[in-house]
Design a protein around this ligand. Structure first.
Ligand SMILES: Cc1cc2nc3c(=O)[nH]c(=O)nc-3n(C[C@H](O)[C@H](O)[C@H](O)COP(=O)(O)O)c2cc1C
Length: 316
């Protein structure tokens, strides 16, 4: 029987979760909303051209939000308007990207060092926005000293919800997401809080919800390892079938073929390096798959599908 679950979000994942993956995953579905990976918006950028990177129908019929990354309030506000004009039903500010290139120009997680500036950016974006304006934060830059200030800076700017990935920029992806911080954020904030980080199973999802009291969940890498995870979280554990997994992968392959040939195998290896963590039998084959030097993208794809079939992905 289907249980009532809070809203489930597919996480933005630059590269790994790009159009090829997102669009294909919508065929399996189970998530209520997706967020496109960030669009970088430098100060003074020509926002009309930049906004063309966003198309709201990537995950049709599941809504897809746009995410922006930058540090200049006026340019980000102008970009928000352009994205809404292009059909974005929600616009989000990235306050978490840990990459040094990004933080070097004051964007992404770098904004966590200056709650006042974060507030200023979000206030300007909220002011021009006719759709929900949200923010996705890490827990801090080098440490969590400004944790509460940052949450309150974002909330008081008028955002509709906040997503928290409870690792600092310094932690990158090391260790585990600190659920105590999601719990603390829930005590601090009045707006809805979406918890994110290391959800790889229905049990992880239930634990995060129960332990932190958060209002919704966002899953990223867990959905690449297990494309059925959203259905499982919703309590539809038996809905999985291998034919639909193949349909998802075929769509993924078609989408990958839209990219330059030299990037096709790399994109596939990105997805399969996660999918091959699904069970022990696949894990054994993962190293060989990553070392495979097959030049023909279709031949490489078939090789991966054969491995999945042999390891009975559907019977897990
Ligand atoms: C390859 C990769 C790319 C990512 N790109 C983005 C991004 O564009 N915007 C963003 O807010 N977070 C990005 N993230 C962070 C994820 O959205 C998410 O917060 C993080 O992976 C933790 O969730 P998970 O454990 O469910 O994967 C990225 C993560 C990965 C692994």
């Amino acid at each position: 029987m289907q249980r009532k679950t809070p809203k489930l979000y597919l996480a933005p994942m630059e590269g790994l979760g790009n159009y090829s993956f997102r669009n294909a995953l919508a065929l399996i579905g189970g998530f209520d909303e997706a967020t496109r990976e960030f669009i970088s918006v430098p100060k003074g950028a020509h926002v009309k051209s930049l906004a063309k990177k966003f198309s709201f129908e990537d995950t049709d019929p599941i809504p897809q939000a746009a995410q922006v990354m930058g540090s200049d309030p006026d340019t980000l506000a102008a970009m928000t308007e352009e994205l809404i004009a292009r059909g974005a039903k929600r616009v989000e500010l990235n306050v978490g990207c840990p990459s040094n290139t990004v933080t070097g120009n004051g964007s992404g997680s770098s904004l966590l060092q200056n709650p006042e500036h974060l507030h200023k950016i979000l206030s300007k974006m909220v002011k021009v926005s006719s759709v929900p304006l949200t923010a996705k934060l890490r827990s801090g830059y080098l440490d969590t000293t400004l944790f509460e200030e940052n949450l309150l800076a974002a909330e008081s700017a008028g955002i509709s919800h906040l997503t928290l990935h409870p690792r600092t920029k310094l932690e990158g992806y090391k260790g585990f997401a600190n659920l105590d911080l999601i719990k603390k954020a829930k005590e601090i904030l009045s707006i809805p809080l979406i918890g994110n980080g290391d959800i790889k199973s229905r049990e992880d999802a239930e634990y995060m919800l129960a332990y932190t009291g958060c209002d919704g969940l966002m899953v990223g890498r867990g959905a690449v390892i297990n494309p059925w995870i959203f259905h499982e979280i919703k309590g539809n554990a038996h809905i999985e079938d291998f034919d639909r997994t193949l349909t998802f992968l075929e769509r993924f392959y078609e989408n990958v073929c839209l990219y330059a040939p030299k990037n096709q195998t790399g994109q596939m290896k990105g997805l399969f390096s996660f999918l091959f963590q699904r069970n022990d039998a696949l894990l054994v084959k993962r190293k060989d798959m990553l070392r495979n030097r097959e030049k023909d993208p279709r031949a490489f794809f078939e090789y991966c599908i054969d491995a999945l079939r042999a390891c009975q992905l559907a019977k897990l």
